[in-house]
Ligand binder design. Structure first.
Ligand code: SDX
Length: 428
C-alpha cells in the first residue's frame, strides 16, 4: 500500500504520493501540486527539496554515513584505488581485473592534450587562479571534439567521460607549471594515475624524478574521499546544465565554476588562509572562535559546518588520521596542523557550534596533506575538482541516460512591480 500525504488548501484537499528510498528516506512527490491547487513550493537553498532519485551515493547526515554505490567510504578509502572508485561510481559495480585493465588502458591513452590547447595557457596572466584555467580549458576541450560530443550518443558519452578523467590531471598540472614558469611535462603512461599527475606537477627536464609511494598513496586517498557527494552545489549544477543537453565538457566546466566558491570546494584554500592568519596573529584560536560567533562579523570558521552532516563528516575523520600518518612518515611538522587541532577542540566545546551541529568537514584538514605533498594553496580546489570528476560524470550519466529526465526549470514567486505604463524620458 503506497503512502500518501494530504494537503488542505482553501476548499481543496489533495492527496500526494510519498515515495520511499532504498534506505527508508521519504519524499513528498509534488509533481501534481500546481496542477491540482495552483500552488508552488518555496525552499530557500533547496534545504528540503529533492531534485532527483539517484543510485550513486548515499549520505546520512545525522549518522555521518557516506557510501558510494553501497560501499562504505571507510572501506573504499582503505582498500580501493581512485581509478577503481571512479569505475564504481560511473558504472555502478566494482570492476573485475579484466574490466579494470580495459578501463585503465582507455584512461591512460587519452592523457595528452592537443598541442594547440597548450598554447592557450600563454593567454592567461601568470597569476591566474588555476580554477579559472581549469574551467576554461575543460570547456574548450569541446572545441576539439565536435565530432564526438553528442550527449545522446552512447559512444560519444563514453569517449567524453574517458577524455575528462584522462586530461584533467594534465590540464591541472600544466596550470601549476604555467604559474611557476616551468616547462610543461608530458604525461608518462607507464605511471599510475596519481603518479603521472605528480610527475607532471613536480618533475623538471633537468633532473630525474621518482614518485614517492607514500605521497602517491596519500593523494590517491584524498581523491577517493572527494569523488562524489550526492546532490551538492556543484553536482546539482552539473545535473541542471546537463539537463539542457549541453555537451559534457561545458557541463563539467559549470560544475568546476560552482565548486570554486569558498562556501563549497573553495573552502579548502580558505581554511589554510584562515589558519595562516591565526598563526600570524599569535595563534589565539579562542579569539577566532568568538569572531565566528559574532553576528556582526562576516568571519566564519572555514572547513566547519555542512548542509547535510549534522555529525562528523566521515571524510574529515579519515583525513585527520591521515594527516598524522603522512606528516610522520614524511618526517614533517606543520604548525598549521596544531592550530587546526586546537581550533577544532575549542569549537567543539563551544555551545554555539555544538547547538548548530557544526563539525569539521572534508575541507578542514585536507589542505594540511596537500601542503605536505608540496601542492600550492591555490591548487587545492583544483585537487578537489580532480577528485570530484568521476562523481560529476556518474551523476551526469545517470541523469542523461534517464528517459524521464526533463530540462531543469524552477519556478518563482514574483515580488516586483505590478503592471505599469511607459513614461517618456522628459516626463520622468
Ligand atoms: C563542501 O554539500 C556538500 O556535500 C558539499 C561538500 C561536497 O563534498 O560536495 O561536502 C563540500 O562544500 C563542504 C563545505 C565547505 N564550506 C565551508 O567549510 C565554509 C564554512 N561553512 C559554511 O559557510 C556552512 O556551514 C555551509 C555553507 C557549509 C553550510 O551552510 P548552511 O547549511 O546554509 O548553513 P547556514 O549558513 O544557514 O548556517 C547555519 C547556522 C548559521 O547561524 P544562525 O543563523 O543559526 O545563527 O550555522 C552558522 C550560521 O551562521 N554557521 C557557521 C558556520 N557554518 C554555519 N558559523 C561559523 N562558522 C561556520 N563555518
Amino acid at each position: 500500500m503506497s503512502e500518501t500525504a494530504k494537503l488542505i488548501f482553501g476548499d481543496k484537499t489533495i492527496e500526494m504520493p510519498v515515495i520511499t528510498g532504498s534506505e527508508g528516506e521519504k519524499a513528498l512527490d509534488i509533481s501534481r501540486l500546481r496542477g491540482d491547487t495552483g500552488l508552488i513550493t518555496m525552499d530557500d537553498g533547496y534545504m528540503n527539496t529533492g531534485s532527483c532519485t539517484s543510485n550513486v551515493t548515499f549520505l546520512d547526515g545525522e549518522k555521518g554515513i557516506l557510501r558510494y554505490r553501497g560501499y562504505p567510504i571507510e572501506q573504499l578509502a582503505e582498500k580501493a584505488t581512485f581509478l577503481e572508485v571512479s569505475y564504481l561510481l560511473i558504472y555502478g559495480e566494482l570492476p573485475d581485473k579484466e574490466q579494470f585493465e580495459i578501463f585503465r588502458n582507455n584512461v591512460v591513452r587519452h592523457t595528452m592534450i592537443h598541442e594547440d590547447l597548450k598554447r592557450l595557457y600563454d593567454g592567461f596572466p601568470k597569476d591566474s587562479h588555476p580554477m579559472a584555467i581549469l574551467s576554461s580549458m575543460i570547456c574548450t576541450l569541446s572545441g576539439y571534439y565536435n565530432d564526438s560530443s553528442d550527449p545522446l550518443n552512447p559512444r560519444h558519452r563514453e569517449i567524453s567521460m574517458t577524455r575528462l578523467l584522462s586530461k584533467t590531471p594534465t590540464i591541472a598540472a600544466y596550470s601549476h607549471k604555467k604559474s611557476i614558469g616551468q616547462p610543461f611535462v608530458y604525461p608518462r603512461n607507464s605511471l599510475s594515475y596519481v603518479g603521472n599527475f605528480l610527475n607532471m606537477m613536480f618533475s623538471v627536464p633537468a633532473e630525474d624524478y621518482e614518485v614517492d609511494p607514500l605521497v602517491e598513496k596519500a593523494l590517491d586517498l584524498l581523491l577517493i574521499l572527494h569523488a562524489d557527494h550526492e546532490q551538492n552545489c556543484s553536482t546539482s549544477t552539473v545535473r541542471l546544465v546537463g539537463s539542457s543537453r549541453a555537451n559534457l565538457y561545458a557541463t563539467i566546466a559549470s560544475g568546476i565554476c560552482a565548486l570554486w566558491g569558498p562556501l563549497h570546494g573553495g573552502a579548502n584554500q580558505a581554511v589554510i588562509d584562515m589558519l595562516e592568519i591565526i598563526r600570524d596573529e599569535g595563534g589565539d584560536v579562542n579569539k577566532f572562535v568568538q569572531l565566528a560567533k559574532d553576528k556582526n562579523s562576516t568571519f566564519r570558521l572555514m572547513g566547519f559546518g555542512h548542509r547535510v552532516y549534522k555529525n562528523f563528516d566521515p571524510r574529515a575523520v579519515i583525513i585527520k588520521k591521515a594527516c598524522d600518518d603522512v606528516l610522520r612518515k614524511m618526517g614533517k611538522q606543520d604548525p598549521l596542523l596544531d592550530i587546526a587541532r586546537k581550533l577544532e577542540e575549542a569549537a567543539l566545546t563551544d555551545s554555539y557550534f555544538v547547538d548548530r551541529k557544526l563539525y569539521p568537514n572534508v575541507d578542514f584538514y585536507s589542505g594540511i596533506i596537500y601542503r605536505a605533498i608540496g601542492i600550492p594553496t591555490e591548487m587545492f580546489t583544483v585537487m578537489f575538482a580532480m577528485g570530484r570528476m568521476p562523481g560529476w560524470i556518474a551523476q551526469w550519466k545517470e541523469m542523461i541516460e534517464n528517459p524521464n529526465t526533463k530540462i531543469g526549470r524552477p519556478r518563482q514567486v514574483f515580488t516586483g512591480a505590478q503592471s505599469r505604463n511607459y513614461v517618456e524620458m522628459g516626463k520622468r
